[in-house]
Design a protein around this ligand. Structure first.
Ligand code: FAD
Ligand code: 2HG
Ligand code: ZN
Length: 458
């Protein structure tokens, strides 16, 4: 099929207005959030229904042209943007949020519904969404499922796969798979929804999702504690997690990151003198002030009062959270960052925090390494500023260290195109062969997000 014939079929599928071929209109869909990844698309199509998604996939399959599913384009591993003339399939128009099923504590939404909108809908019905993250105002539910996103409440509610109660998805040949009644117990054959979680647009296009909701916890307290050694922050995080059933989040950042946040925003340091490492803890309950439990736990652990800032009011909590959440935006303001999202067994976490900057400096003495992350999940975000966007030696140095610590090269952002060369190093050839067999069975023509998870020519 010629390119013109494919464009005509795409226009027929989604309507002229929703098939963008003009470079100026395509531009915002062609570069990722970090500006490190991107390429030209053949076209950007914006279907308005599951049937239109199916028609687009069949047209692309017939033409042998790759399809890049895209939600909010907040992904950080280059999986949501074209590489070389694919069709970008934007799911943003599938944004319907059905009424919350308050009795079941579930809601069904379109894949393009934005997380913050779903959170608002859930809260207005007395429920909440189990996953929360800094990109909440743009990230879509389809993208969150496709990446099995984690975020700040995994210690309490698990990642996105754990919230999935049902799904609708379209295979590369246009077949629609649907399972949406929503039942917490449903062991009838393979868990297809669970497989789609984390598949990064390589197995099917997710069009609707049924989410399990969690109870709203109204009383909250946030505390930032200071430490001189990462090992002490790890110890405190482990103790708090064990002693305090109210823990919602356990986050880590360092003074190097705080310095950049203070430079690029109007925020103030949580306390002075500043310390080398910070642990942010959020606790939530529905009755007593969770600050009391937090303070009692700190006392029992012998943590110093002078290196702590606590807030129970909304504005104070928000201020403390911003010190951690704004790291991502600040990295982008400094440079085009290299982002390595990794996890290691808890026993190796402090070692990773100490050794990652050393590993980077060894291969590039001018590079700056800023690490922060979800300490409660053993997850560290190693950001490297300075190397050219296409340089890979600093990435390799950190991932080498992670593998040697028996860690994972992707904790929550996925493999995308950024880490394709590390999949086999991390998982081993047998597991990768099993993954490839699934990919070949579901997408025999290989049109769904080629080059993501697996190298396209591999
Ligand atoms: P996109 O970026 O559009 O796509 C991501 C991947 O999913 C791509 O491979 C794409 O092809 C695929 N995809 C998207 N929609 C579909 C669909 N409907 N069907 C099939 N495949 C699809 N991530 C975390 O895990 N935890 C965090 O704490 C976190 N914080 C962040 C903070 C900031 C400021 C930013 C910018 C990003 C953050 N992220 C975080 C990364 C990002 O927000 C998540 O990966 C999110 O899940 C991506 O959602 P999206 O809708 O933007 O997807
Ligand atoms: C976070 O936890 C996100 O803030 C983004 O996962 C991580 O900026 C990053 O590298
Ligand atoms: Zn994160």
């Amino acid at each position: 099929m010629t390119t013109d014939a494919l464009i005509a079929r795409l226009r027929g599928a989604v309507g002229e207005r929703h098939c963008l071929v003009d470079p100026a209109l395509r531009a915002s869909y062609e570069t990722d959030w970090t500006r490190r990844f991107g390429g030209a698309a053949l076209a950007v199509v914006r279907p308005g229904s599951t049937e239109e998604v199916a028609a687009v996939l069949v047209a692309c399959r017939d033409a042998g042209v790759g399809v890049v599913p895209q939600g909010g384009n907040t992904g950080l591993v280059g999986g949501s943007v074209p590489r070389d003339g694919e069709v970008v399939l934007s799911l943003r128009r599938l944004s319907e949020i059905e009424p919350v099923d308050a009795r079941a504590g579930e809601v069904t939404v379109g894949a393009g519904a934005v997380l913050a909108d779903v959170q608002r809908a859930a809260r207005s019905a007395g429920w909440d969404v189990g996953v929360d993250l800094g990109a909440r105002d743009s990230a879509t539910i389809g993208g969150l499922v496709a990446t099995n996103a984690g975020g700040v409440n995994v210690v309490r509610h698990g990642a996105m796969r754990a919230q999935l109660q049902g799904f609708e998805a379209v295979l590369a040949d246009g077949t629609v798979l649907r399972r949406l009644p929503g039942m917490p117990k449903d062991n009838t054959g393979y868990d297809i929804g669970g497989l789609l979680a984390g598949s990064e647009g390589t197995l099917a296009v997710i069009t609707r999702v049924r989410l399990r909701l969690v109870p709203t916890l109204r009383r909250r307290a946030v505390c930032v504690l200071g430490f001189e050694r990462a090992a002490d922050a790890v110890e405190a995080a482990a103790e708090l997690r064990q002693r305090l059933g109210s823990v919602m989040a356990l986050e880590l950042f360092t003074d190097a990151g705080l310095e950049l946040v203070l430079r690029h925003t109007s925020l103030a340091a949580p306390f002075t003198p500043r310390t080398a490492v910070y642990l942010l803890v959020e606790a939530a309950t529905d009755d007593a002030d969770p600050a009391d439990g937090l303070l009692a736990a700190f006392e029992a652990l012998g943590l110093h009062e002078e290196a702590a800032a606590v807030a129970s009011d909304e504005a104070g909590r928000h201020r403390l959270w911003q010190l951690r959440e704004r790291h991502t935006e600040v990295m982008n303001a400094e440079a085009i960052p290299h982002k390595l999202d990794v996890s290691v067994p808890m026993a190796r976490y402090a070692e990773l925090v100490e050794r990652a900057p050393e590993a980077v400096t060894e291969v590039d003495p001018t590079a700056r390494t800023i690490a922060y992350g979800h300490i409660g999940d053993g997850n560290l975000h190693v950001n490297i500023l300075g190397p050219a966007p296409d340089a890979t030696d600093v990435d390799d140095a950190v991932l080498e260290l992670v593998v040697s610590l028996e860690g994972s090269v992707s904790a929550e952002h996925g493999i995308g195109v950024a880490k394709v060369d590390w999949l086999e190093r991390d998982r081993g050839p047998e597991t990768v062969a099993a993954m490839r067999a699934i990919k070949a069975a579901w997408d025999p023509s290989g049109i769904l997000n080629p080059g993501v998870i697996f190298r396209a020519d591999g």
